[in-house]
Design a protein around this ligand. Structure first.
Ligand code: GAL
Length: 412
C-alpha cells in the first residue's frame, strides 16, 4: 500500500527546508483578477512557502494603499505589496523596501525588461520592485449583439461614439457602463484627453502638467466631451464597482465600457469569447496611442531569513516565463518580460503587444494617470478629485473645472 506523505514532509523532501511565509497585499478580488492571483499563490506553495493572502477589495487599489500605509506605520509591513509607478519611489525614500538586485542580476532582469519599465522598478539604480504585466488602459469593450440590436457601429472616433450611444439609447440599452468612482471617472477622462487632444497634448497637460496646456482650448474641449459621455450612463452608476459595469456589457444590458484590459479577464472568466461575444477596440480616437499601466510588487525589509528567501523566490517566479504566461492569460494583460511567445494569447492581447512596441517607437506610448503611472500620488489625488467633481456636479462648467484643474496640478 502506498503511503501518502503529508504536504509538510513533501516540502522538506523537496529541499524546501527554507520554507517561509509570504504575506502578500493586493487588490485582485474580481473574477479574472482572483484567477490570476491564484496562479501566483500556487507557484509559491509549490516551492513550499506559505501564502498569507492580504487582499483588500477595491478596484484601482485606493483602499489597499490606505491599509498598507497604516500597516507599515505600525511596524507590521507585509512581505510584499502591489505598489506601482512613482509611488515606488515614494516608498523607497522611506527606507522600508528590500533591495532585489541579487535576484535581478541572477535572473537577468535588465536584459528581459523594456527600459521604460525597469527604470520605474529601480531606486538609485537598484531594483526595489518586480513588474508583473503590461495593461493597456485605452480600450473600449463592446457587446456586438447589443450593437446589432441597435443597428449601430462600434465607434472609432468620438463623433462616432455619440452616434452609436444615441442608437443604443433608442434601443433601450444603456450606452456606456460606468462605475462612478474617481479612478474610473479618470480612466474615462484620460481616454477622452488622448482621443481628443492626442498623445503630445496628453503628455504636456497630464504628465508634465504644463500650465498653458492644462488651461487651453483643447482642455476645454476634452472636458466638454468627457461630460457629454455622462449623459449616456445609467442612474445607478455612482459608486458602482468596475467589474459590475463590465458585467452589464457581458449581459448586453449595456453596449460599451471604457476600461483597461483587466476587463477582458472578466469576460474570459464568464466564458465569453473575444471577437464573438465581445470585442475590444482602442478607445475612440486612440488607435495610434497606448496608455500603459504596469502592475508590480515591492518587497518590504524583513528580519527572518526564511521569509526573505521566500520574497526572492516570489520575485524570481513573477518574472519567470511560466508565470508571465499563465498570469497574463487570466488577467487580460500581456507579459512584461520581453521575448515571450504570444501564441496562446487572443487577438486583443496580440494587438496590445504589437501596439506597445509600435507606440514606444513613435513616441505615443503614454503612462496612465488614473492608474498611478505618471505623477506623484498627491498630485494624482488632487487632479482626480477635480475631474470627479466636474463629472458629478451638473452646475460646474468646463471653464470652472479647468481653473480648478490648474490649481490641483500644482499640488506637490
Ligand atoms: C488597476 C490595476 C489592475 C486592475 C485594476 C482594477 O489599477 O493595475 O491590475 O486590477 O486596477 O482593480
Amino acid at each position: 500500500m502506498k503511503r501518502i506523505l503529508p504536504l509538510s514532509l513533501i516540502a522538506i523532501a523537496c529541499g524546501a527546508a527554507q520554507a517561509g511565509e509570504l504575506e502578500v497585499l493586493h487588490w485582485w478580488t474580481s473574477g479574472g483578477e482572483a484567477k490570476a492571483a491564484a496562479a501566483l499563490k500556487a507557484s509559491m506553495q509549490a516551492k513550499g512557502h506559505t501564502w498569507k493572502d492580504f487582499a483588500v477589495a477595491g478596484g484601482g487599489g485606493d483602499a489597499a494603499m490606505t491599509v498598507l500605509k497604516s500597516r507599515v506605520v505600525s511596524g507590521n509591513a507585509p512581505a510584499a505589496a502591489q505598489i506601482k509607478g512613482p509611488s515606488l519611489q515614494e516608498w523607497a525614500q522611506e527606507g522600508v523596501l528590500a533591495n532585489l538586485d541579487g535576484v535581478a542580476k541572477a535572473e537577468k532582469w535588465d536584459a528581459l525588461l523594456p527600459k521604460v519599465v525597469s527604470d520605474v522598478m529601480k531606486y538609485k539604480g537598484s531594483y526595489i520592485a518586480v513588474p508583473v504585466n503590461v495593461h493597456r488602459v485605452n480600450w473600449l469593450w463592446a457587446n456586438p449583439a447589443a450593437f446589432s440590436k441597435a443597428g449601430a457601429k462600434v465607434p472609432a472616433t468620438w463623433d462616432e461614439f455619440f452616434v452609436a450611444a444615441e442608437a443604443l439609447k433608442k434601443a433601450g440599452i444603456t450606452p456606456i457602463a460606468h462605475g462612478g468612482q474617481n479612478w474610473q471617472d479618470f480612466t474615462t477622462f484620460e481616454a477622452v484627453a488622448l482621443g481628443v487632444g492626442g498623445a503630445d497634448f496628453y503628455k504636456k497637460a497630464l504628465v508634465q502638467l504644463d500650465p498653458a496646456s492644462v488651461s487651453s482650448p483643447t482642455m476645454e474641449k476634452v472636458l466638454t466631451t468627457f461630460k457629454r459621455v455622462k449623459g449616456y450612463t445609467d442612474k445607478n452608476s455612482p459608486g458602482r464597482d468596475w467589474n459590475l459595469a463590465t458585467a452589464m456589457v457581458i449581459k448586453g444590458e449595456a453596449g460599451m465600457q471604457i476600461m483597461g484590459d483587466w476587463a477582458k479577464g472578466e469576460f474570459l472568466a464568464a466564458g465569453k469569447v473575444p471577437g464573438k461575444d465581445f470585442v475590444c477596440v482602442a478607445a475612440p480616437g486612440t488607435a495610434k496611442a497606448y496608455t500603459f499601466n504596469v502592475d508590480s510588487f515591492a518587497m518590504f525589509k524583513l528580519k527572518n531569513d526564511a521569509n526573505t528567501k521566500a520574497q526572492n523566490d516570489l520575485a524570481a517566479a513573477i518574472m519567470g516565463p511560466e508565470f508571465q504566461e499563465v498570469f497574463n492569460l487570466n488577467k487580460g494583460s500581456i507579459p512584461v518580460r520581453l521575448g515571450m511567445k504570444m501564441d496562446k494569447f487572443d487577438d486583443c492581447a496580440k494587438l496590445s503587444s504589437k501596439d506597445f512596441v509600435d507606440d514606444a517607437k513613435s513616441g505615443t506610448l503614454v503612462p496612465s494617470i488614473a492608474h498611478g503611472m505618471a505623477v506623484p500620488s498627491a498630485t494624482e489625488g488632487a487632479i482626480k478629485d477635480v475631474v470627479s467633481q466636474f463629472w458629478n456636479d451638473d452646475k460646474m462648467d468646463a471653464k470652472a473645472a479647468m481653473s480648478k484643474l490648474a490649481a490641483a496640478a500644482k499640488t506637490k
